[in-house]
Design a protein around this ligand. Sequence first.
Ligand SMILES: Nc1ncnc2c1ncn2[C@@H]1O[C@H](COP(=O)(O)OP(=O)(O)O)[C@@H](O)[C@H]1O
Ligand SMILES: [Mg+2]
Length: 307
Amino acid sequence: MVIEVIDITKYFADKAALDKVSLSVKRQSIFGLIGPDGAGKTTLFRVICGLLIADSGKVLLDGGAAHRLTSGELGYMPQRFSLYGDLTVMENINFFGSLYGLSRNLIIERAHEILDITGLGPFKKRLAHQLSGGMKQKLSLSCALLTRPAILILDEPTYGVDPDSRKEFWKILYQLNHEGMTVLVSTPYMDEAELCHQLAFINQGQLLVVDTPAHLKERLLHQVLEVRTGVKDPYLFDNISGVLYSSFYGYKHRLIVENIESTKSSITQLARLQDGKSFSLEEVEPSMEDLFVYLTELAFTRQGGQA
Ligand SMILES: Nc1ncnc2c1ncn2[C@@H]1O[C@H](COP(=O)(O)OP(=O)(O)O)[C@@H](O)[C@H]1O
Ligand SMILES: [Mg+2]
């Protein structure tokens, strides 16, 4: 394991932002972390990078005690854009390179290579604040890559960026991973979560499940039904036994149910009572969004949940 997080607990005042979190990241994998706002993702990344000291537990990198970020072993792209808007792309790279103690020649050599990977080469002289959202994220990534880290930690790197730029960003991550880099990334986007080899879900400081995206959906979402009725009542199916979770999309209800057959007839009955004419019910493939709302809303705990 290239990263081992063992029983990490971190309090802010009397609230546990991380509560005995353990996880292992395999070398050369893409490990994703998902969870609602305030779940503890950023805190966990900061602890792994050594920017925050945990109250208890430990982090091992490559089997040894974690080194400081400045050792260059880890590349870290923080949640918020942390570059200088009034410096150009190249000036930002020079600045971060010198923070890491790299020589000027080495910075130039590596910048050349990295700008090629991230496609920012033609924009070397542009001021950072004049870059598009997607390009700013690529510049942050470029800075995180300067030390040629074996492990890259990215905290919601594509937040707020348009879908095409998000795709491009993930292509770069895949390329880096293919060349040997281990990637630990958090994301609010479920299409990105799906691209991870392993996925961990964290809520209220507790790590609830870790598995491949496909296994998580199989294990947790037994069955999902899509029901269309003419009734615009978001709570229509909430009280039917066997419906674990329902979400309403204006023209359809998406229901996570325990057992399709036993729930189907009561759903049909209810829907018919409400509006006999326009009714359809269909079993659909569970999506990552289903998984996320299910885990978040049902707030599984390690003590009480089957997760
Ligand atoms: N520096 C801090 N001081 C006090 N509370 C904090 C601090 N950083 C984070 N928290 C709290 O810790 C919890 C986890 O936050 P965070 O790790 O930022 O979650 P996420 O990144 O998943 O949104 C939240 O309740 C947040 O308010
Ligand atoms: Mg965060």
